[in-house]
Design a protein around this ligand. Structure first.
Ligand SMILES: Nc1ncnc2c1ncn2[C@@H]1O[C@H](COP(=O)(O)OP(=O)(O)OP(=O)(O)O)[C@@H](O)[C@H]1O
Length: 334
């Protein structure tokens, strides 16, 4: 089967005009411009199969948005090869544009003074969606996103979360099979993040769509993406199973306990490292191999009303990964 996304040795270099300090130097630079190169993406390779949900992670300025723009055909690669559903994105063929969508949480496509329904209609015309298919998809998206009552109100009157849901609907009306989502939950409150997340999952499952998603909310990635591609300063740091990455970088677990009465700190310290202790609730960090024994001790030492075992938060895993010197990228089988 043809890969949904195939990237080989992709490099993108921006050429940026350097503006010198001081008036005289600034004037001189009008006649003789100096440029510096920003290597936003460097020798990046990965493949995504149809139907996969992949998290695209990296610190600020790592090159995620640049890569997504290249995959969507908005930017030319400096070198390397990119295929999306068999197309060369930069050619922006109609069949390519119908196959993909790019949602950028920081930018909007909805027309500000008009109701979302008008943008939906505009997209119907742009993509040439037949009337019946349009009506069906719209009904389906309105139900999934619960936006039926909103689409007739001017966009400027909608809340951020309501607008984001309408943005997603506008981006999916042509039923693309490949979704590039750049921070689709940015600025949303926790409950709206959940709504958007669940919607992405349902769309992926129902349509077998491929999803490549960036998010600064690690919960989005942890709950949606079995596989992650991690880049740092334009270069690949990791490509593979999220669970394996967590296990490799942070081979410890968290035991979250609620005791019947406030526990004894010293007794807890004998079992593991205390991450949190407030009233009757305690969070302990213990090496993975000692979890079973630790739980045995804890349960025997005092009555507990709740106990869960969790992975360390993905934020911490990422922080630890980026604190390590970059070596050869590790690649696990997705
Ligand atoms: N149009 C541009 N001209 C020059 N440099 C750019 C341009 N766009 C991005 N860059 C630079 O390229 C690098 C990668 O930026 P990019 O926006 O792709 O990163 P990102 O991983 O999406 O970051 P963030 O998480 O902060 O959104 C950064 O150093 C950025 O300053």
């Amino acid at each position: 089967m043809e890969a949904a996304v195939a990237v080989r040795a992709l490099t993108k270099v921006y050429r940026v005009h350097e503006r010198p300090a001081g008036l005289a130097a600034a004037l001189r630079s009008v006649f003789r411009r100096t440029y510096k190169e920003v290597r936003a993406v460097e020798d990046l390779s990965f493949t995504i199969e149809p139907g996969e949900r992949v998290g695209f992670l990296g610190p600020n300025g790592a090159g995620k948005t640049t890569t997504l723009k290249i995959l969507s055909g908005l930017l030319h690669p400096t070198s390397g090869e990119v295929r999306v559903s068999g197309h060369v994105p930069r050619q922006r063929e109609a069949s390519f544009l119908r196959a993909i969508t790019l949602v950028m949480g920081q930018k909007q496509q909805l027309l500000w003074d008009l109701p979302p329904a008008e943008t939906f209609d505009l997209n119907r015309a742009i993509y040439g969606v037949p009337d019946q298919a349009f009506a069906e998809t719209l009904r389906e998206l309105e139900t999934l996103l619960d936006i039926g009552a909103l689409t007739k109100k001017p966009t400027r009157q909608l809340s951020l979360g309501e607008r984001m849901k309408c943005e997603l609907a506008a981006a999916l009306l042509h039923r693309p099979g490949i979704l590039f989502l750049d921070e689709p939950t940015i600025g949303l409150d926790v409950s709206m993040q959940l709504v958007v997340r669940e919607f992405i999952r349902k769309y992926n499952e129902k349509r077998g769509a491929t999803v490549l998603l960036t998010s600064h909310y690690m919960d989005d990635v942890a709950s949606l993406c079995p596989r992650v591609i991690v880049i740092d300063r334009g270069k690949l740091r990791y490509d593979g199973d999220l669970a394996t990455l967590v296990k490799t970088i942070r081979p410890d677990k968290r035991i979250v306990l609620v005791f019947a009465t406030p526990p004894d700190r010293a007794a807890l310290e004998r079992v593991g490292t205390i991450v949190e202790l407030e009233g009757t609730r305690a969070v302990l960090r213990v090496p993975q191999s000692e979890v079973r024994e630790a739980v045995g001790h804890l349960v025997a030492s005092a009555p507990t009303s709740d106990l869960t075992i969790e992975d360390p938060p993905l934020e911490e895993v990422m922080r630890d990964l980026f604190a390590r010197p970059a070596e050869e990228p590790s690649e696990a089988t997705p």
